[in-house]
Write a protein that binds this ligand. Structure first.
Ligand code: FE2
Length: 409
């Protein structure tokens, strides 16, 4: 239910250019088209033909290439009479230079479609490759957190995104992140969205336990942060609750037994559902903090989120405890007699800490090489992160962020 108070929330700072002003306006858009199913990779030729593709530029990374998935895509495309070439140089937290190089290759290859097969880094890189190839400039020119940015405005070439992990939601989102020197560049815009998300849970079966855990916690963080975000969208909230419930029931299973097909299918589904929720409502302080942990200290995105999540939940609790109580029901926590929202919220946070422990997430940032001397710069950058704008507790000050990092250290 939307309340008058919610409708009057000053959601986004209107002085920052390039941001969507949605004070009180609810926006519904759950593109792209999703094709989901175990083994559905074999539809890639048909779907590319449907988009009238003749020459595909396949974006991936070296690890995924070793698994043979891009070759498989090429064979399916060949059967449909579609030529293709492979760019396999995307690294984790993709660098600006890599994206620019790939955009040049995309243009010179004469390709008319981008097919991204890999994790979030690959799919994000592919979005920006299309942007740079069509609109020019470099990724940092489009940084949505800067006051002078190039707008993402042109119709971009088609992209089919094929995730090989369950968590990032990049296959359904309008956001892409790349790294310029040590800074995260956030690029936002509807033209970036994939035309089709082809989600084949079979491709996630070989995902190692650690990565399964990191990605799963990323998806859970998307669902939770979207649910408590300052933006208003009851449809997206249904998506969040469904994703939270599915992840809670399946993450431990897919972590402890990677061959559990049902758990893998459910996690792939939940990841996309959580992605659709945060695509509408954005995320919050967990992501603002974790972006810095990745760019400054090289922590994998999902790991950084998993460690920060309980700490941020604790500081946000004072403003959104009733929402935690609703999310707790998605965990199957039923309220005892006369238990307050605060008490249920505590149980919810405890359950997340237990889940982290069960899937091998270290409880402290210091165990991952983060030092006290890293905190100041990270906090300074995190307060400018676009994700901080929709965090329920405001204002997000440098002191507040420093204290959260310290508690998590
Ligand atoms: Fe994320």
């Amino acid at each position: 239910m939307v309340t008058t108070e919610e409708l009057n929330l000053p959601l986004i700072d209107p002085t920052i250019k390039g941001q969507i002003l949605d004070t009180g306006v609810i926006s519904f858009s759950f593109a792209p088209q999703i094709v989901f199913g175990y083994g559905c990779l074999n539809r890639i030729g048909f779907l590319s033909l449907f988009l009238k593709a003749k020459n595909a530029f396949i974006v991936t990374d070296a690890e995924i290439e070793k698994l043979g998935f891009p070759d498989k895509v090429q064979r399916y495309l060949e059967k449909s009479g579609i030529q293709s070439s492979i760019f396999n140089e995307v690294e984790p937290n993709p660098k600006e230079e890599t994206v620019i190089k790939a955009a040049e290759k995309f243009k010179s290859s004469g390709s008319d479609i981008v097919i991204a097969i890999g994790g979030g880094s690959v799919m994000d890189a592919a979005k920006v490759i299309r942007l740079i190839a069509r609109q020019g400039g470099k990724p940092s020119d489009y940084d949505a957190t800067k006051s002078t940015i190039m707008a993402v405005h042109e119709q971009l070439p088609h992209q089919i995104s094929i995730p090989t992990t369950s968590g990032t939601g990049s296959e359904v989102s309008i956001v892409a992140m790349v790294t310029s020197e040590k800074n995260k560049v956030t690029i936002l815009g509807y033209p970036l969205i994939s035309t089709i998300a082809l989600i084949d849970p079979q491709l996630t079966m070989s995902c190692p336990p650690k990565l399964t855990a990191y990605c799963g916690m990323d998806a859970l963080t998307h669902a939770i942060e979207a649910f408590v975000s300052l933006r208003v969208n009851p449809v997206a909230d249904m998506f969040s609750l469904q994703a939270i419930s599915i992840i809670y029931q399946n993450l431990k299973k897919s972590y402890s037994d990677g061959k559990d097909v049902i758990a893998r299918v459910n996690m792939a589904l939940a990841s996309a559902i959580a992605g659709m929720a945060f695509n509408q409502k954005s995320v919050g302080l967990v992501h603002a903090c974790s972006h810095q942990l990745s760019s400054q200290c090289n922590l994998p995105h999902g790991l950084a989120n998993a460690i920060m999540l309980p700490h941020v939940l604790k500081i946000n609790k004072k403003v959104v405890a009733p929402k935690y109580a609703i999310m707790a029901t998605a965990f199957g926590i039923s309220p005892q007699n006369n238990s307050s929202d605060n008490e249920i919220a505590d149980k919810f946070i405890l359950e997340i800490e237990k889940l982290n422990k069960d899937i091998g997430i270290p409880p402290r940032l210091s165990e991952c090489g983060v030092k006290v001397s890293d905190i100041e710069v990270m906090a300074q950058n995190a307060i400018k992160d676009i994700a901080a704008l929709t965090n329920p507790l405001q204002p997000i000050t440098k002191e507040l962020v420093e204290s959260v990092y310290r508690t998590a250290l």
